[in-house]
Design a protein around this ligand. Structure first.
Ligand code: UDP
Ligand code: MG
Length: 321
């Protein structure tokens, strides 16, 4: 008989061979203490180390564990999307594998869910063991995003959160690509609250979010929820036009009064560089939006699943190419 799964824990994995055993045992301990049925869904996002092998071994001894293997690395946001689309629990918790988000916070989230909240997000009260650069850029980005959007995306929260089945279903029905999941959850609405936690140092290994991936996520966040960069580039154009008109009038007037040759080569070059910088920057901003429209028009799936292990229930969203 099929079990009535109450909780689904979604854990993305990219080259996490050093953390997987510890992550599994801490999650299992916490989830066993709920005395309710649960599933832990590991998503192997195209790892090139022994992550897949290690989780497969866990799957053999523990039927509560499911493993989704992607055909290649599609990225963290796609991995958690696949986990949510495969989940069958009444409440779904998304958590990183590296134990920076402590599994011991999950019971607190469950308590809030049982009080009637549909979304319980983890708010980072403190970040330990992360570089000054990471903390600074994260802090600046969350505040920039908040200023740019009209929806209330809470600052200092990642993807560590519990969502109710109805929120998960709504999220799964949104077809957009280049997903910024934490923003989408805020956009959906429902009754939301937070629990504070201290974000610890990574249990082992290095961050799988190099600057390039961080920038991609930041652009996804901004372009998915705000037109302000486009509006701003328009303002910048008007501003440079006004400066251009004023400087032209000043130059001609100076020329008429003093009757001197005021054309200075260095000055013209530097003005040109500034103008080109502004124009190319604005085209770049435009490109960020057009590229995403291009992705939408191609309508390719967000990820491709190569195999699923221990998924006896109906696979809801299996994509193949
Ligand atoms: N991750 C993933 N695909 C990626 C990059 C990361 O599934 O392309 C997973 C990773 O294994 C971890 C989570 O996403 O479970 C967060 O990544 P990480 O801890 O490296 O990011 P950081 O905490 O340094 O921002
Ligand atoms: Mg981490």
């Amino acid at each position: 008989m099929q079990k009535n799964i109450v909780y689904s824990i979604v854990v993305p994995l990219y080259n996490e061979e050093l953390v997987i055993d510890e992550s599994y045992s801490r999650l299992k301990k916490v989830m066993d203490s709920t005395y309710e049925n649960y599933e832990i869904i590991f998503i192997n996002d195209g790892s090139s180390d022994s992550t897949q092998k290690k989780v497969q071994q866990i799957c053999k001894i523990d039927q509560n564990i499911k493993l989704i293997n992607f055909s290649r690395n599609f990225g963290h946001q796609c991995a958690i999307t696949a986990g949510m689309e495969t989940s069958i629990g009444n409440a779904i918790v998304v958590i990183d594998a590296d134990l920076q988000d402590p599994p011991e916070v999950i019971p607190e989230m469950i308590k809030k869910w049982k009080e009637g909240y549909d979304v319980v997000y983890g708010k980072r009260a403190k970040r330990q063991g992360e570089s000054f650069f990471k903390k600074l850029t994260a802090r600046a980005f969350y505040r920039l995003l908040k200023d740019m959007t009209s929806i209330d995306i809470p600052v200092d929260t990642g993807d560590f959160r519990l969502i109710d089945r109805k929120v998960c279903n709504t999220l799964n029905s949104l077809p957009e690509r280049n997903r910024y999941v934490r923003g989408l959850v805020s956009w959906i609405g429902y009754k939301q609250t937070s629990v504070e936690f201290i974000r610890h140092e990574r249990f082992a290994g290095d961050s799988k979010y190099p600057l390039k991936k961080m920038l991609k996520l930041a652009f996804d966040g901004i372009t998915s929820f705000s037109y302000k960069p486009l509006v701003l580039s328009g303002y910048l154009g008007v501003l440079s036009l006004i400066i251009g008109i004023i400087s032209t009038i000043a130059t001609i007037t100076k020329h008429l009064i003093n009757n001197t040759n005021i054309i200075n080569f260095g000055f013209i070059i530097s003005i040109n560089l500034i103008m080109f910088g502004i124009v190319l920057g604005c085209i770049g901003i435009l490109g960020q939006y057009i590229g995403r429209i291009f992705d939408e028009s191609k309508a390719r799936p967000n990820y491709i699943i190569e195999s699923i292990i221990n998924n006896k229930e109906n696979i809801k969203h299996e994509y193949t190419n």
